[in-house]
Design a protein around this ligand. Sequence first.
Ligand code: GLV
Length: 327
Amino acid sequence: MTNNKPLVLMTHELPEDWVGELLDDYQVITGFNEKRGLDSRLIKHLDKAEGILCLLDDPIPAEALERAPDLKVISSMAVGVDNIDVAACTRLGIPVGHTPGVLTEGTADLTVALLLAVCRRLPTASEDARQGRWKNWDPTGWLGMDLNNSTVGIVGLGKIGTAVGERLASFGAQIIFNNRSPQPEKEKKLNATQVELDELLRTSDFICLHAPLTEETANLINEQAFQKMKSSAILINAARGAIVDTQALTRALKEGWIWAAGLDVTDPEPLPPNHPLYKLDNCLITPHIGSATFQIRQTMANIAIENLSAGIKGIRLPYCANPEIYT
Ligand code: GLV
C-alpha cells in the first residue's frame, strides 16, 4: 500500500454530508454494506489497520484483534458495545469508543411511542380502519390498557431508563425499578422505588428493559420470569434482544401469560420475516430504530469519528467504554 495515511476499516458506508472532511486524514477501506462484521473486503487489511469504525451489529471478536498488531482504537457508532470483545480490547490496551448521551432522549421517545402504540393497540386499530373493519363506534372495540395510575417497572435505571421514567411519570404512572446499584437521586427525582427483580416482574403493568447486555442480563427475561408477570402485563424491550428469551416470549404471548409486547430489538436481529412473533397481533416489532432520527444519527457518526481520531492520535477518547485502560 503506497498511502502513508493511517488505515481505517469502516464496516459500513456513512453519508458524505455526515462525514464531510472528518476522515480525510485517513486511508479508509469500507466493507460491504449488506454484510456485518469484518467482511472479506476488510479482513485482509487487518494486519495494517490502525482504527476500526463499526456499527452495533458488527461482531468484533478477540481473534480479529490478534490479527491487528497496529490497531489503536475501535470506535462504534452506538452506545451499547456488546458486539465487541471489550475485555480483550482492555487486555490489549485498545480503547473502545462509543456514543452515549446523544441518543438518550430519542431512544426514550421511541420507547414511549412503542409502549403507547402497544397499550392502545394502534397497529391493529389502524389496519382495521384501512381494511374496512371500522363499521361504527364500537363500545368494546380496540380496547387497550391505561398508563395513568399504572405501575411501570424499569429494569436498568441508567440514562435511557431514567429518561423513560421521567416521561412515563408525567403520564401518571408510578415508577418502580431494578438496578445493580442504588440510585437515591434518581429515585427521588422520579418519586420511584427500587425493588428486587422478582417484585418488579410480579407487580408491574408495564415492564421496560433498559439494561445493557452482559453475562448477567442475557436471558434475564426467560420462561420463569414470564410466569411471574401479570397476565395483563406489557413488555417493552428497546435495549438488547438477547436480554429476552425469544422462544419463551413467543409462548408467553401466544398462551396469554402476558398481554402484549413491543420490541425495538430482537434475538436474533434482524428477526427473520417468517418468525412466529410477526404473526401475533399482540406483538409490535420495529427494526432497532431507537436512535433513528436525522439529528441523532449524524451526531453519533460525528462522535464515532471523533473517538476514532483521538485513538489514532493516541489521546484519550472523548467517550470511552473501557476507561480503565487509562489507569
Ligand atoms: C443502540 O441500540 C445503541 O446501542 O446505540
